[in-house]
Design a binder for this molecule. Structure first.
Ligand code: ADE
Length: 271
């Protein structure tokens, strides 16, 4: 029996009453200490499937499948599709960093997505710019309850750890924003490019490379999803350096603090 089949027929697979939550990020730093916490708290089974490692176990009281999507919309869509089909997940939470697009969104702030759109999708004049052809949708909504629970965890994280984080990293006191996150297969790194995104989507708060692809797949399969992004850069000419240092020094602290609070709350509300 191959690894995945064995796992699916075992007790930590998908046969129990409660389906697991899928948690993913693009890069390891964006998961914080989640995998270590999972290993410390429960037995973890790791399955390799389609060049991804899926870690199945429990963390902070919630049965989860944790994996890394890698970078870009195709990688993200393929990973979430596997989470849905091979692991029968109940819902998806994506955590990571993003470039700030909204003028009030600063480095160190947190954006919880209410809606997601692919800013580089353009099949015009056949279909309106940004609309997913044949679906007739440009903006995919995050699951309202999941996004609210994620935002509440972020608010608690900022209230409890924000001042210390700001002092430690020399950033301002972090704020939590809710709204539109836009995704595309580009790392946005110039003042002109981020200005063009503001012109095209004036209410966009943040730009990244996976979220809207995940939201589209989740929409098509009726799986609730939510996305949280910490702002690592402002998508301008300083973005590459800011992204690198934020990712290596700070991103993990945010993901650890946010996901721990979210999962504890999720475990309590689900009973
Ligand atoms: N993720 C973090 N920063 C980003 C940027 N500037 N562009 C795209 N994705 C990002």
């Amino acid at each position: 029996m191959k690894g995945l089949d064995m796992l699916l027929s075992s007790s930590v697979g998908t046969s129990g009453a409660q389906r697991p939550l899928g948690i993913l990020a693009a890069l390891p730093e964006e998961l914080g200490d989640l995998l270590d916490a999972m290993r410390a708290g429960s037995g973890v089974q790791t399955v390799t499937h389609g060049r991804r490692e899926y870690h199945v176990g429990s963390v902070h009281g919630v049965r989860c499948v944790v994996t890394l999507a890698r970078i870009g919309k195709v990688a993200a869509a393929a990973t979430v599709s596997a989470l849905i089909h091979a692991f029968n997940i109940e819902a998806i939470v994506f955590a990571g960093v993003a470039g700030g697009v909204g003028r009030a969104v600063k480095i160190g702030d947190i954006v919880v997505s209410d809606a997601l759109l692919q800013h580089d999708l353009d099949a015009s004049p056949l279909f309106p710019r940004f609309e997913v052809p044949l679906l007739g949708i440009a903006r995919f909504a995050a699951d309202p309850a999941l996004a609210a629970q994620l935002a509440a965890a972020c608010e608690r994280f900022v209230a409890q750890e924000g001042a210390a984080l700001a002092a430690r990293f020399g950033t301002q006191m972090p704020r939590v924003h809710r709204g539109l996150v836009i995704s595309g297969d580009q790392f946005v790194a110039s003042a002109a490019a981020v200005e063009a995104l503001r012109d095209a989507q004036p209410d966009a708060l943040a730009v990244e490379m996976e979220g809207a692809a995940i939201a589209q797949v989740c929409y098509e399969y009726g799986v609730p999803c939510a996305v949280v992004r910490t702002i690592s850069d402002t998508a301008d000419d300083h973005a590459p350096a800011s992204f690198e240092s934020f990712l290596s020094e700070i991103a993990g602290t945010y993901s650890t603090g946010i996901l721990q609070r979210f999962l504890q709350d999720f475990a309590n509300t689900r009973g």
